[in-house]
Design a protein around this ligand. Sequence first.
Ligand code: IVH
Length: 671
Amino acid sequence: MTQEQAKSRITELKEKINYYNYLYYQKDISEVSDYEFDQLLQELIDLEEQFPALRLSDSPTQRVGGIITKAFETVYHKYPMLSLSNTYSQDELRDYDKRVDKGLDGESYEYICELKFDGVALSITYENNVLSKAITRGDGEKGDDITNNAKTIKTLPLKINGNSGGSIIEVRGEVFMSRKVFDRLNKEREDIGEAKLANPRNTASGTLKMQDSSVVAGRKLDCFLYALLGEGLQVKTHEEALKQLEEWRFKVSPTYRKCKNIEEVIEYIEHWETKRFELPLETDGIVVKVNSYEQQEVLGFTAKSPRWAIAYKYKAENAATVLKEISYQVGRTGAITPVANLEPVLLAGTTVKRASLHNANEIERLDLRIGDTVLVEKGGEIIPKITGVDVMKRPEGSEPVKYITTCPECGTPLIRKEGEALHYCPNERGCPPQIKGRIEHFIQRKAMDIDSLGARTIALLFEQKLLNNPADLYKLSYDDIFQLEGFKDLSTRNLLNGIEASKNIDFASVLFALGIRYVGRTVAEKLAVYFKSIDHLAAANFEELIDVPEIGERIAESVIEFFKDPENNRLIEELKNAGLQFAIEEKEVVVESNLLDAKSFVISGVFSSFNRDEIKEKIKNNGGKVVSGISGKVDYLVAGENMGPAKLEKAQKLGVNIISEQEFLAMINQS
Ligand code: IVH
């Protein structure tokens, strides 16, 4: 392929990928299968590898991250990022409307109402249609250049789809983390014993300032755009700007509305007051903007904010109710979480019966007493929080709540480690929720993936003393399972098959499944790749552990602690004996022949009689070598179905023998 041909194919691939991405992430439409999409992306990666000069900053291959920014550069904004004046009252809003009316000398005007998204404001510059810079608001005059991190936001176009007219344009919007992504992230953190993050807004803000953009990419940030700036733009109203942004495939929240007068604005406010809790992200008010740009100019600015816009903030929804009791939950890691049980009360459209209390400090801070009338507030999290106590209504003779000193599940005295806010039950091996929690962690999809087993069955097996640790799973018989409530022949066999299949799960997943504190999925992968086997990992000392890229002191200490415990070593031995994978499988070469005579092979595409791992194994077993990339030194390319044309062409150009699956089988006498 010539440079020219590659260039035109790359353009075509980028357009297709951008379009499918846009449909998938913004319109919820999958026009191609994941497989087809991956094929296109792979072809683009291959082509860019072959022609590095054609790898440009607007390529979708640049979204995956991998760039480390040690310190973010401070950059001045071309147009300052002002703030909005706020109001909490409808009367003040009507006064604002009167000021607008006066400022426009009785001329008719319209408003655009939008939700006020609770995220992180970002300014993004496009030069000649291509994303060139993303800067945080900072102090409004200058902010941090976080371009590489912003590029990982899948809904933010790297290239404007269409012609922006001006050579430099700036778009502004709010980066956020959806409640769903935030809750999932917190669950994962809780699962490995990490402290939970406070709220989606702070998490989005912290994520944008992370050094490693591949971690940012994994955090799945999103972005709503609400402003367009620049010279030479054709738009004359804010509404046109929003439509223009949509046309260019920016993500604009469809919740905006044009209002002819302040009464319609108030209707909008009332409509979203409770409806906003159904949205995937947090909002804390609405923004009212005069629609016409000409009129915006007439109204102008005060020192800090525009006169053509105002924010109406919703008062945090709260309600008063009575604290009935405090219950305590014990997690997999032994962490105790206090929960307030309340007299049911209606709050922002839902009935609230429970509120989170976080830890003992929080109870002390609020000076809580049973029977107290408390104020509950709906924040970002699904479960509301207690923000205060109405001391006037306090029952006579009440005593401050005494935090429990023993585990509510097993009676063991609780401990509180220095510097930690949480109390823990140290009875790891004997405390039921900890035992069951470890098994639930072990079987989850990202670990051993035994999906025919759930929390209910684990509890049943535990109660019957058939399951006390993950190794017991591999000792379960047909009868053990069949006699359980709700199990029939098929479900029993399904579960046994699921347990059996988990013996093939790779080492990194097994390592994660063991539930070492602070060892999440990504850390487990890093450790597995580095140490190759559990024996090497167990033998590693502190220095060797912190030598592993991205493994810090806290994780290293936790790994060492884990292997110090004889119980853990016994568990690993039992799991090894059951046949689980405790090393990265460099499959033993079963010599079948020497027919391939040390020749090197690249495999590409899809095969009918093998999967990719099997064909690689065949090559090795018959005396050949498998290499990953095509070069002049490669002897054969085994070309399967749907292989990328770029690879094929490269192989042809370099004189590599291109053979089909059938020809390969003939070489090893298996056709
Ligand atoms: S327009 C001159 N529209 O609110 C300011 N801002 O207090 C123009 N925000 O820093 C901003 N949703 O982070 C605008 N729909 C929206 C918004 C919005 C959230 C934030 C933004 C800004 C702050 C202003």
